[in-house]
Design a protein. Structure first.
Length: 293
């Protein structure tokens, strides 16, 4: 009986020592990990909130596109492959050190016309691959792809596999515009190991100024809550007027605008910090339980 009691005490001591060691490791990693900003992180880490703003449908109107490129922030511009001013505006964006994506036309459930370069569910793999390659070659300097429409195509696994096979080969990232709640695009991209994220907020589905400001306020709320937000807008004159006023205000409040290629690192850091915080919380609970016993 005495031996059993000694053994139990000895075991508890070993367990507490192991937990303490794990806690030191966690706390050390928290100190050395990149600083991110999430409300669930320690106060010393919750300092910055990040916005990845994408301007879609670039290339059809030169003056509107030029106005969008002149917005005072790090913004990513997504160009339709065969829009008449796409290449000229993409060259201008690159000259202004802005980031460029391909806005890839994909079939929608409503049957809306896709324009040149559209990918459809009826395409065989050879036709799909050829059309995709032409689209990727149509815009210079692209670092990523997001879908234009695509509420039908993104729900189909096979064409999403074909798409991701090509993006892996080209080492291009992917952003799911999430035009369908049933989209398989993001999941498929991550299964291929592609840097990928999804859209959080659409700004201008309604061009009413009050509506757009409401959406932008939601974007800031998402960034405060999660550490970052991916926001999509379009180069409409109404949208540009709102963004030209909102961007300096958001920056003055401490929101940092980053290119989409930077967003993946930021969000991976945020996930790592949350995981570490969860482990530390679990350790504290275990330690409290041991003390109570």
């Amino acid at each position: 009986m005495r031996f059993t009691a000694v053994y139990i005490v000895f075991s508890l001591c070993l367990m507490q020592s192991a937990i303490a060691s794990d806690a030191k490791s966690i706390q050390a990693s928290l100190k050395t990990s990149p600083v991110t900003s999430i409300e669930t992180a320690p106060k010393s880490l919750a300092k910055k909130f990040y916005i990845g703003l994408i301007i879609d449908d670039m290339g059809y109107r030169y003056q509107s596109g030029k106005r969008a490129i002149n917005l005072p922030a790090n913004i990513t511009y997504s160009f339709l492959p065969y829009a008449p001013h796409a290449r000229k505006l993409a060259n201008l964006a690159n000259k202004n050190q802005k980031e460029i994506m391909l806005h890839l036309p994909m079939e929608a459930k409503n049957g809306k016309a896709l324009g040149p370069g559209g990918l459809t569910v009826a395409m065989s793999k050879p036709v799909f691959d050829l059309e995709l390659q032409h689209n990727l070659s149509a815009i210079p300097y692209i670092k990523g792809v997001n879908n234009h429409m695509g509420s039908l195509l993104t729900q189909r696994l096979e064409p999403m596999i074909w798409l991701m096979e090509k993006l892996v080969e080209k080492q291009i990232y992917f952003v799911d515009s999430r035009t369908s709640e049933k989209s398989m695009a993001l999941k498929t991209a991550r299964q291929f190991g592609i840097r990928s994220e999804t859209r959080d907020i659409f700004v201008d589905h309604d061009l009413n100024e009050k509506s757009m400001n409401h959406q932008l306020a939601l974007a800031l709320d998402v960034a405060r809550r999660n550490g970052s937000a991916v926001v999509i807008a379009h180069p409409f004159p109404e949208t540009m007027k709102v963004l030209e006023k909102w961007l300096p205000e958001a920056q003055a409040e401490g929101f940092e605008f980053i290119y989409m290629s930077q967003m993946f690192t930021i969000r991976n850091d945020i996930r790592a910090q949350r995981k570490q915080q969860k482990r530390l919380t679990q350790w504290k609970i275990q330690r409290s339980q041991i003390k109570n016993n």
